[in-house]
Design a protein around this ligand. Structure first.
Ligand code: 4AD
Ligand code: MG
Length: 446
C-alpha cells in the first residue's frame, strides 16, 4: 500500500489531521522560509514542506542527502490551486526522524562529467544496486513488470496454459557454441538455451502452452542486445499452419502493447522513457528472406554482408545489416523463410521450396530481432535425418523425437526476448538497462 495515499476528503474537512509517512529523499530545494523535500517510496512521491529554521538547520548538510530514509509527521493538505505538485497534496511537516542516513548525493555516482564512456559504463554496472534507485532505471523496471503481466493476461485471454519447464537440461536447442556446461552429479549438463523442446512435448496434453522463464547463452561477443541470462517468453501452438503462426505473433505483440498503453501508470512510464512512441500499425510488413537480400543489395550504397560483399542467398543477415534495415523501414517486420543451412535443426522445410524453412524473425526498429520462431519438423524420419545433418547425437533427444511417433501434428512456436522487447518499447540503447542485474561476458555481479 502506498503510505502516501492519505485521504484528503474535500480538503477542508481533514484540516488539522496529523499523519505519519515513511520515505526516502529524492530531491531537496531550500528556500528562505521553507525547504521543499520530495520523498519517495516504491509507489510514488510526496512533496514535504519543512519550515527552514529550527527543524532543518544544521541537519541539512549532514542528513538530508538523497536516499536518506525518514519518517515525517505533519498535516497533509491539498495544494493551492495553480501549483503543480504530484498527487495534488503536500505534507506540512512539524516533526521528523532520520531512519537511515545516506553518505552522499547519488548524482556523484552516476555523474558522467569528464569520464570516458567505458569507465562510466563500468561504474554504472558496478553500482547497479544504487543506479536502480534512480527515476529512469526504476521506471524501466516498473514498465517491465507491466509488460510481463500484459503477456500473462494476453495469453490467458487466448487460452494458453502456463508451464514451467526445467532450466537444467542435457540437450541443446540453438547450437553447441553458446551452451553453458556444468557438472551435474558427474554428468554433463547445460543451462537451458530455450524451453521450446519441452513445450513441444506438452501441447498434446495441455493444448497451446507458454512459459516465461530464463534462457542462458554463453554469447562470446559484447553487443547491445546480447545477454548471458535473459527472460524468454516462449509459446507453442498445436494444429496450426505457418500463416496461423505469423498472425498469432502479430496479434500477441499488438495486444500486449494495447494493454500496456491502456494502463495509465504503465503508459506514463512509456511517455517518460520513450516520448515519441507510436503503436505499430497493422498489418506488420511481411518479407521473405530472399526479398530482404535483394532489398539490402539494392540500397544506395548497398548494405553489405559480414565479409564486406553483397548479400547472397545463404548468408546470415548480421546484426549491423539487420539494424540498418529496420531503421530505414522503420516499422515491425516479419522476416520469413530463412534458408535451411542458417537455421536450427528442428525447423520445418517449406513444402513449396525445400531450400528454405517455415521460420520467422520479428524485427523492430532500433533493436532488430526480438522474436525467433518456426513451424517444427513433425515427420519422424526427417527429424532423424536433421540430427545427423547437424551432427547432433539423437539419443539424448529420445523424449523429443517420441512426439513424432505418438500422434504427431503440424505445430509451431516462437521465443521473444523480454529485454529486447523492452529495449524497443522503452527506447533503451541496450538490453543491459532492461533487466535488474544484467549478465554478459565478463559481468556476473552485483
Ligand atoms: O532466435 P532464438 O535463438 O530462438 C529460440 O531460442 C527458439 N528455440 C525459440 C522458440 O521457438 N521457442 O531466440 C529467441 C529470441 C530472440 O529473438 C531474442 O529476442 C532472444 O530470444 N534472445 C536473446 N536475448 C538476449 N540475449 C541473448 N543472448 C539472446 N538470444 C536470443
Ligand atoms: Mg534467432
Amino acid at each position: 500500500l502506498n503510505n502516501f495515499d492519505v485521504e484528503l476528503g474535500d480538503g477542508e474537512s481533514k484540516k488539522g489531521t496529523r499523519v505519519k509517512v515513511y520515505g526516502r529523499i529524492q530531491h531537496i530545494r531550500a528556500q528562505k522560509h521553507t525547504t521543499f523535500i520530495t520523498i519517495k517510496d516504491g509507489y510514488g512521491i510526496l512533496q514535504c514542506i519543512f519550515p527552514t529554521g529550527p527543524l532543518t538547520q544544521n541537519y541539512e548538510a549532514l542528513l538530508f542527502a538523497q536516499e536518506t530514509a525518514l519518517v515525517v509527521y505533519g498535516e497533509m493538505r491539498a495544494v493551492p490551486p495553480g501549483h503543480k505538485v504530484p498527487g495534488n497534496r503536500e505534507l506540512h511537516v512539524d516533526y521528523f526522524e532520520v531512519l537511515g542516513r545516506a553518505p552522499c548525493d547519488l548524482d556523484a555516482i552516476t555523474n558522467k562529467v569528464s569520464m570516458q564512456q567505458d569507465v562510466w559504463d563500468a561504474q554504472m554496472l558496478d553500482n547497479r544496486h544504487l543506479v536502480l534507485r534512480g527515476e529512469n532505471a526504476s521506471a524501466v523496471m516498473k514498465l517491465r513488470e507491466a509488460v510481463e503481466l500484459a503477456f500473462i493476461d494476453t495469453y490467458r485471454e487466448m487460452e494458453f496454459r502456463k508451464v514451467s519447464p526445467p532450466a537444467m537440461v542435457q540437450t541443446q536447442v540453438e547450437g553447441g557454441a553458446t551452451l553453458f556446461k556444468y557438472d551435474y552429479y558427474g554428468e554433463e549438463a547445460y543451462l537451458t538455451q530455450s524451453s521450446q523442446l519441452y513445450l513441444e512435448t506438452v501441447i498434446q496434453s495441455l493444448g497451446n502452452v507458454y512459459c516465461i522463464e530464463k534462457s542462458f547463452r554463453a554469447e562470446k561477443s559484447l553487443t547491445r542486445r546480447h545477454l548471458s541470462e535473459y527472460t524468454h517468453v516462449e509459446a507453442e501452438l498445436d494444429f496450426i499452419d505457418f500463416n496461423d503462426l505469423l498472425d498469432h505473433i502479430e496479434e500477441l505483440i499488438s495486444r500486449v502493447v494495447d494493454k500496456v498503453l491502456a494502463d495509465d501508470t504503465a503508459r506514463g512510464y512509456i511517455e517518460k522513457l520513450n516520448p515519441g512512441f507510436k503503436k505499430p500499425t497493422r498489418p506488420f510488413l511481411r518479407m521473405r528472406y530472399e526479398e530482404a537480400i535483394e532489398w539490402l543489395n539494392k540500397q544506395d550504397p548497398p548494405i553489405l554482408n559480414e565479409e564486406g560483399k553483397p548479400h547472397q542467398f545463404g548468408d546470415d543477415i548480421a546484426e549491423a545489416a539487420e539494424r540498418k534495415m529496420t531503421d530505414i523501414i522503420n516499422r515491425p517486420i516479419l522476416l520469413t523463410h530463412f534458408p535451411v543451412e542458417i537455421k536450427a535443426f528442428y525447423m520445418k522445410k517449406d513444402p513449396k521450396d525445400p531450400r528454405v524453412t517455415e521460420s520467422v524473425d520479428v524485427l523492430m526498429p532500433g533493436v532488430g530481432e526480438i522474436v525467433g520462431g518456426s513451424m517444427r519438423m513433425d515427420d519422424y524420419d526427417e527429424l532423424i535425418e536433421a540430427y545427423k545433418k547437424n551432427g547432433i547425437p539423437h539419443e539424448p533427444y529420445y523424449w523429443y523425437t517420441d512426439q513424432r511417433k505418438y500422434g504427431s501434428s503440424p505445430h509451431g512456436g516462437y521465443g521473444l526476448g523480454l529485454e529486447r522487447f523492452l529495449a524497443w518499447l522503452a527506447n533503451q540503447h541496450t538490453v543491459r538497462t532492461t533487466c535488474l542485474y544484467p549478465r554478459f561476458m565478463g559481468r556476473c555481479k552485483p
